[in-house]
Design a protein around this ligand. Structure first.
Ligand SMILES: *[C@@H]1O[C@H](CO)[C@@H](O)[C@H](O)[C@H]1NC(C)=O
Ligand SMILES: *[C@@H]1O[C@H](CO)[C@@H](O)[C@H](O)[C@H]1NC(C)=O
Ligand SMILES: *[C@@H]1O[C@H](CO)[C@@H](O)[C@H](O)[C@H]1NC(C)=O
Length: 432
């Protein structure tokens, strides 16, 4: 279907939609079930890990007790496989009673009582990706109302089992329906990924009007290859994607897999750094009950989080791809600061990288840099100062760069970050 037909169809449903309800002025942070727990419904054999109310209560406990909530990780998000195979007599979605005996409203209360927010999953189409009841066009209003009545704060709306026309109608209609409930809910649209992720099939201006965030590309898997393929696609298409992001509207390269099985410590830092540059949602999918100290330290890095959550909300870009296979990423931040990530895509040994801020298009002036993962401060920088550092294979060096005459607020932020780095004492050890 071409863009012309799209416009004609949209005209038919008289759209005055804008889901501008003030939510997600910075990218959402939290935890989501899918990448780590998938569609594990084998509660008899695997009671601690199956998709059930106990799993979400456990994660809410961890978020609220282990220092995550204070850092901004606030959404607990249910993905596919929470539903009963059948709608109830009134046509409403209902949770599978054996796995969610208390119901979703009670789970929402549990989560809200801990100062957190609840996200839920539905699918624009006849069935969810795992075959549970989908939300067809005629069910959009009732499903939005059901979620609001339960106290849901965030909806991930997937797109399996629907065609392009249904999606074109359904995603804006759900935006309208969520708004009409009167309950402010964040709205995550999987629409772009089902139509190739790029213009002209995707109109990012329109998407920004109706959704708070959207999945542009394929699901992340637990591997460095997967992380790299996502970063590569986002960077190759940054001219289309980067301008689409801003306060209340975010590209979503998918979940943080830090703390699982697929990434080394260097690769975990790389994911955190690149997600911060991309202004990506920081939604972890891992087992917070069972996280090693290095993963915890990376995910709780205050400076990486502050860069991700910068109030200007400008997504960063890949600046350079060097012949050495070092790539440089850059994001402008408030208070004339910026973030730089130097990623080594080499596979041999730590690489000595030489550059200067001038080579990275910085203006003349005096700067300092805070090394996000070591806590070191680099002083005496100007645009021509040559610097050299070592980058591990598939690792990063990440700098927060600021003009030497930093404002009080910037100084405070740096102070806090440094403090955290030095006294990161994890409260939970690995239970093997
Ligand atoms: C509904 O949309 C209007 C217009 O954008 C906005 O002012 C309002 O906050 C929205 N309400 C909810 C509950 O989303
Ligand atoms: C994209 O959407 C915007 C906002 O709805 C609209 O003004 C614009 O005409 C659309 N662009 C195309 C190419 O359809
Ligand atoms: C920039 O810094 C270098 C030392 O790193 C120094 O030699 C040079 O004079 C400085 N240039 C300016 C314009 O301050």
């Amino acid at each position: 279907m071409g863009p012309l037909a799209v416009t004609q169809l949209l005209a038919l449903i008289s759209l005055t939609v804008a889901l501008d309800n003030g939510l997600l002025k910075t990218p959402p942070m939290g935890w989501m079930a899918w990448e780590r727990f998938r569609c594990d419904i084998a509660c008899k054999d695997d009671p601690k890990n199956c998709i059930s109310e106990g799993l979400f209560r456990d994660m809410a406990d961890r978020l609220s007790e282990d220092g995550w909530k204070e850092l901004g990780y606030e959404y607990v998000i249910i993905d596919d496989c929470w539903m009963s195979r059948l709608r109830d007599k009134q046509g409403r979605l209902q949770p599978e009673p054996s796995r969610f005996p208390g119901g979703i409203a009670q789970l929402a209360k549990y989560i809200h009582d801990r100062g957190l927010k609840l996200g839920i999953y539905a699918d624009m189409g006849t069935h969810t990706c795992m075959g549970y009841p989908g939300t067809t066009l005629d069910k959009i209003d009732i499903d939005a109302q059901t979620f609001a009545s339960w106290g849901v704060d965030y909806l991930k709306f997937d797109g399996c089992s629907s065609n392009a026309v249904e999606q074109m109608l359904g995603y804006p209609l759900m935006s309208k329906a969520l708004n009409a409930t009167g309950r402010p809910m964040a709205y995550s649209c999987s629409w772009p990924v089902y139509v190739g992720g790029l213009p002209p099939n995707v109109n990012y201006t329109f998407l920004g009007d109706i959704c708070h965030l959207w999945r542009n590309y394929y699901d992340i898997q637990d591997s460095w290859d997967s992380v790299l393929s996502i970063v590569e696609w986002f960077s190759n298409n940054q001219d289309d994607l980067q301008p689409a992001a801003g306060p209340g509207q975010w590209n979503d390269p998918d979940m943080l897999i830090i703390g699982n099985f697929g990434l080394s410590v260097d690769q975990a830092r790389s994911q955190m750094a690149l997600w911060a540059i991309m202004a990506a949602p920081l939604i972890m999918s891992n087992d917070l009950r069972n996280l090693d100290n290095s993963a915890r330290t990376i995910l709780q890095n205050k400076m990486a989080i502050a860069i991700n959550q910068d109030p200007m909300g400008i997504q960063g870009r890949r600046l350079l791809q060097e012949k050495s296979h070092v790539e440089v990423y850059w994001r402008p931040l408030s208070q004339s600061a910026s973030a730089l990530v130097f990623l080594s895509r080499r596979t041999d040994m730590p690489y000595l990288y030489h550059s200067s801020l001038g080579k990275l298009s910085y203006d003349a002036g005096n700067y300092e840099a805070y090394d996000v993962f070591t806590g070191a401060t680099v002083t005496g920088l100007n645009a021509t100062t040559e610097f050299t550092f070592s980058i591990n294979p598939s690792g990063v060096v990440m700098w927060y760069v600021y003009p030497k005459k930093a404002s009080k607020q910037t100084k405070m932020l740096r102070k806090t970050s440094k403090l955290t780095w030095q006294k990161t004492v994890p409260r939970h050890r690995i239970a093997l």
